[in-house]
Design a protein around this ligand. Sequence first.
Ligand SMILES: Cc1ncc(COP(=O)(O)O)c(C=O)c1O
Length: 281
Amino acid sequence: MRVLAFLDGTIADPETPLIRADDLGLLRGDGVFETILVVNREPRELGPHLDRLARSARLLQLPLPGRGEWETAVRAVIDHWPWDDEPELSLKLVCTRGVEGSDVPTAFALGNPVGADTRRKRTEGVSAITLERGYAPDLMERAPWLLLSAKTLSYAINMAAMREAEARGADEAIFTATDGSVLEGPTSNVVLARGRTLITTPPSSGILRGTTQGALFRAAEKAGWETKLERFPVEDLFTSDGVWLASSVRLISHVHTIDGTAVKFDPQLHQEIVDLYESNY
Ligand SMILES: Cc1ncc(COP(=O)(O)O)c(C=O)c1O
């Protein structure tokens, strides 16, 4: 089951061809996207997702349709989703630069069911391997044309890293910078706990500012935890009290193994972290 909507709220058959062969999103991956979890008709972190979509578009100097239009498309997908059969949906918002020379972006919202593998990772946790990402954590400011921190449609590297992880028998990858510090996963942010402090890599390292990590930290601060955005080396993953990958649809998965070595896992702490995140909704 999938539901496709345009930004005026019209619904289309997702099986119908939609993209022209000369669309720059298709030819060059020139566009931006977001993936949002919707539970029982309620989109989670919609504001932060739309803010991030706008930020990504600015970095690409891409003309983006207005926020109200995106909200219309989101509502249209939600209104047409079979909630009685599927209590959750993964909602993609996509905007490409459109066809060459037109100045008219291609934009749509597409709702998909949440897959079994994603559900498994939520409950069973994941194994991960570290993979080099090949850039320095201070590169973003020096080289804005590299579009670090933008959520662009050019996700071929991220998907290749996931395949590399799977080929080596792991569920997930964790990217590292040239200085050995931890960046992010190909589709997630890395969070670790040290006592009553939660730590994640700062967006200034060229990573995506995570809406899930943001929601977790928001709730944790309210509950009296300390939160920190700071760079940390791979070794810290092994000395922390727990490591999680946070992402919109996968939610907060605990990491039980990194590069074949077990990392600390406390089921009670994990439940507390998950409950903190869920307390937002
Ligand atoms: C590269 C990258 N980092 C982090 C995240 C996590 O972001 P969010 O929690 O907003 O889904 C994603 C999400 O897909 C991502 O692609």
